[in-house]
Design a protein around this ligand. Structure first.
Ligand code: IMP
Length: 242
């Protein structure tokens, strides 16, 4: 069978595949992408019935985000004519710890081989390493890697490889404050605020966070790609991003 026949896309749709099964991440990205262009069709890995196990083996957030984007691109590229895969990686970088936990943010606390530390264990480990330390500056950084294939105005295929970044500077508190959020939120206080990420509403966090900034930049990049290749010709057509 000609694989084109089983492809679910229309000729002029650009399929945006989010390399995640995390429904919160999908919910955060979808409205931003909807504003970019009506030509975009957004798919999560759940929508495509995929659950790939991709080991994050690179030493940087950029490397891991690219590795995930490439792995998912290889998995789904035969299903779509035109597509852009988006994969993200996030880390907390503490200056006193020379950028740690960084890429190891999810796997920071030492635990027995084969198991993963809980958020609680990771925060406790961080508190222990920073006990009594004066220099407490830190930041969250999210990298979104994009890998895709879009049509040029001559009807050829152009390869897309880009990254977008979002970051928020702040400091690590000397104890947990607040009950909301997840991960390192109870000990991260954004610069210029007197509250930790665990004390502010989800709406506010989603407005200022590293991830929100990376998502906004990625959406802007996609808009630029559509304009660059004449897929959407004007800014009005592609909508206005916040
Ligand atoms: P991921 O790349 O989004 O899976 O994030 C890796 C790890 O960074 C998570 O397991 C959390 O420990 C931490 N992390 C990511 N984003 C946040 C956040 O917004 N607040 C607190 N911790 C986070």
């Amino acid at each position: 069978m000609n694989p084109q026949h089983s492809r679910p896309d229309r000729p002029l749709s650009i399929n945006v595949v989010l390399a995640t099964c995390n429904t919160d991440k999908v919910r955060e990205l979808q409205p931003m992408l909807d504003k970019v262009s009506p030509l975009l069709r957004v798919w999560s890995l759940n929508d495509l019935s995929l659950r790939p196990e991709i080991e994050e083996t690179e030493p940087t957030l950029e490397g891991n985000a690219r590795l995930k984007a490439e792995a998912v691109f290889s998995l789904v590229e035969s299903r779509f004519s035109w597509l852009i895969v988006l994969a993200d990686d996030t880390g907390l970088e503490v200056d006193y710890l020379e950028g740690a936990p960084g890429v190891r943010s999810a796997r920071f606390a030492p635990v027995p081989e084969g198991s993963s530390p809980t958020y609680e264990e990771n925060v406790t480990h961080l508190m222990k390493l920073m006990s009594g330390c004066i220099k407490r500056t830190a930041r969250f950084r999210t990298i979104i890697a994009m890998k895709g294939r879009v049509p040029t105005s001559e009807g050829k295929a152009a390869s897309i490889e880009e990254t977008a970044e979002g970051r928020i500077d702040g400091s690590i508190t000397s104890e947990r404050i607040g009950k909301g959020g997840f991960g390192y939120d109870p000990v991260f206080m954004p610069k210029g605020m007197n509250l930790t990420f665990a004390q502010i509403s989800m709406e506010e966090k989603n407005r200022i966070s590293h991830r929100a900034l990376a998502v906004a930049e990625a959406a802007g990049r996609i808009r630029d790609i559509l304009v660059r290749y004449g897929i959407s010709s004007t800014e009005t057509e592609t909508g206005t991003l916040p």
